[in-house]
Ligand binder design. Structure first.
Ligand SMILES: [Zn+2]
Length: 184
């Protein structure tokens, strides 16, 4: 059991831009028909819209549905997370940080930098191979394990999001995005 969560993270939105960017992104998802608003307990939640199939990779979905027993239609809501967040994939293997400059894997777990970013929203990480220093959000991760950002769009128990969809979403946001996914 557990929830299979995919989060489309905006890598470039600042803390100040986050609220407006989250609204704009959700508005686009709704106007394109990927989600639809549904009243629920005095609030509004966003469930799969009439065009949800165009956002996902249904070939791998068949496979995933078979092995994990998920329903044919995405069952859970799409949430917008606004505010400084370490988004992570939750896979089993410990990920490695990959230098954005030379692509080397950092040999040590960058726990201090992770904590610092979580606390302050700013942290640099030095590459021991090429000596390049870059802000933590610029680093890549094996399996796209982490993303550090201020806006995330969480798709719970949806089929794998199609790259065509996530690229279009990123263009709409006007920013780089990273998709982190895994069981939570
Ligand atoms: Zn490097």
């Amino acid at each position: 059991m557990g929830t299979y969560r995919q989060t489309v993270v905006d890598l470039d939105a600042s803390a100040e831009e986050a609220a407006a960017g989250g609204e704009r992104g959700r508005g686009w998802l709704e106007s394109e028909g990927f989600v639809r608003p549904v009243p629920w307990r005095g609030e509004v939640v966003y469930l799969a819209g009439p065009r949800w199939r165009e956002a996902v990779d249904l070939v791998s979905w068949d496979w995933r549905a078979r092995i994990e027993g998920l329903e044919e239609e995405p069952g859970d809501e799409v949430r917008v997370v606004v505010g400084r967040t370490v988004f992570y994939g939750g896979r089993g293997d410990t990920p490695s940080a990959l230098c954005p400059h030379c692509r080397s894997a950092a040999p040590d777990w960058p726990g201090e930098a992770l904590d610092a970013w979580h606390t302050t929203g700013a942290a640099d990480l030095d590459c021991p191979v090429c000596a390049h220093s870059a802000p933590l959000p610029e680093w890549n991760w094996t399996d796209d394990y982490f993303a550090f950002g201020h806006i995330g769009f969480e798709f719970d128990d949806w089929p794998p999001l199609h790259p065509r969809f996530t690229e279009a979403f990123g263009r709409e946001l006007g920013h780089r995005i990273r998709v982190v996914s895994g069981k939570i």
